[in-house]
Design a protein around this ligand. Sequence first.
Ligand code: MOS
Length: 735
Amino acid sequence: MDTFNLKMNEPVGETRLDAGVQNVIGKGIDRFEGPLKVTGRARYAYENMTGPEVAYGFVVTAGTGAGRIKRVDTMAALAKAGVLDVIYEDDGPRASADPNDNMPAAIKGEVVHYGQPICLVVATSFEIARDAARLVEVEFEPVEGVYDLEAEKENAYEPPKGSGAMPSTVKRGNFDKAFAEAEVQFDVTYTTPSQSHSAMEPHSAVADWKDGELTLYGCYQLVSTNVSQLAKALGISASKVHMVNRYIGGGFGGKLGIGPESVFASMASRKLGRPVKVMLTRQQVYQATSRRSDTIQRVRLATDKAGRIQAIAHDTITSNSRGDEFFEPAGISTVFLYAGENRQVTHRKVNLNLLLSSSMRAPGEAVGMLALENAMDEMAEQLGLDPIEFRKRNEPEVDPQDGLPFSSRMLVECMDEGARRFGWAKRSAKPGTRREGEWLIGMGMAAASRKNMLQQASARVTLLGSGHASVETDMTDIGTGTYTILQQIAAEMLGLPHENVEVSLGDSRLPQAPGSGGSWGANSSGSAVYTACEGIVEALAKKLGVKAEDMTLKDGTVISGNRQTPLSQVLSDGPIVMTGNFKPGKTSQNTHQASYGAHFCEVGVNAVTGEVRVRRLLTVGSAGRILNEKTATSQCYGGQIFGIGTALTEELVVDVRNGLLVNHDLAEYHVPVNADVPQLEVVLMPERDHAASPLAGKGIGELAICGVGAAVTNAIYNACGVRVRDYPMTLDKIL
Ligand code: MOS
């Protein structure tokens, strides 16, 4: 078996993808696994293994937010017919301090948040396990808990180095001096609540331990990372863990790390010597996995009279459990989005007795841009400038923090295109001037940006003489379209109809990819597939004794000069199997890479009730080459809907007496439903970013959620003159 390596030290120019011989790259073809999912043929984690040997676990969780466990009485539960065992932490290690997994860094015997997993009741059926779980008595010695970010903000501290996706403090120039001396100043604090990922599929796992080796059917986003996390939690070598994650019913960051379900299922299977299934209930998913942190964000802007920013600061406070230092990088966009000589972005953290806060869709930008883009709107008004004009006056030529060139940046083009399509010129700058009956109508806009994070990835591609190919990698598809995109890349590179490419994902025995997270999935795993295909093209050229660049691959044939040879002939001695190893290189360090966009929103605010209806929502995005128009657009729809929820309804409500999340299910935690979402519009700008990946693409998955909530709240202000500084904008805040 051969390997082909590519390290991206310089921009990759035009490729076979640009030639587009198969006319399949970029095309909005349907996800081929879609019909499998809607007809129940796609097997999700919990549906693996069904025989009578399978045992079922139910997690017992803490009914207090802070305390010491004095006694766990399992007698009554164990006495129940059908109950096999109760697994608790003395049976093996349960805690891990990995900042990106969903296991609390709990100190033995201590409860740090309400709903913290304590033990697992295992029985011959799910119903028996659930019933018996209620019979487990846990006695706590109460400890004083802290639950309220606002009340604890004086205790905020700088998280230790390396605990976040960026440094906790980033500065340039002298902010304080420049701010004090500037002609126009703005200083406002915004707050956002904790949020829940709320993926459709609850966290679930099936563990099957045989002869010292563990097979785990899971629903996680990052297979190779998750294998290491699980091995560490169980105190075994990662080589003993085989993880299978073929289909995943949504992630949004909530499945970036392993959860209690897989650790408990594995412990139980090891002890009982039979397969064990564990699924968290919807309530447990809310209480015992992870959340997006609540935030307090102070934004300060200072400009000259012409609206040129001279000083910009974004100081944020977020929360996490004690011992988990990961912080929401809420100021991440403020570092580079707008010009200004004097800059300051800080992140401080408060310890609360709440479940882990970790990454949720576009960690950082998604909440940080609520504050920044709302502030830009407020400042534009203070300056008497149109919000688009204000942003244009502060468009930086290079990264304003470190002076690096942008690999490509189409923010201005996105704003202009959006303004034209949306009819922005018809907006009245004065709030409350447009009325239709009871409804006040307003328009708002906001910028979008999401960092591009290319990752190392490998994939194996096999080309057969029959004109078929297969792609294999442990990359995941969380509903985003990975299966189909990788099929399209291989088809275009190898000159095959896309139906002839089979894609296998989500199995830890396959070559390692970085998984689905950070909007890097398609670009990174796709680059590995590209690399493997380049290796195959080289191998074919060698076989035919021609130069690769003189060769065209089309419809299962190789064309070189006036000779067209079918693959069956070229590969008469067997298939080519190629592992592509792709690594980011210097282009990721010597350019600043991000995707950009602009959101435009029109709302109606009911003058009598304060009810807000989003009437129109347009996002114009730019993310380099779009690999599949349909799946990319769908990702943006998802982001827009997330933004509507963030602006109007989503909020985890904490009972500050004990840390219970009061609204711990989909009935009470309000994600937008169809009736809340108008016909959405997404426009993706034609762009190639040759420094961002060999595919010339950038991350698109999380782009559209960034800033969109602020476009909604800026529209609310334009409609009725009420500024939202405390998200979500529920109607009690409007009246
Ligand atoms: Mo995303 S929050 O990196 O799954």
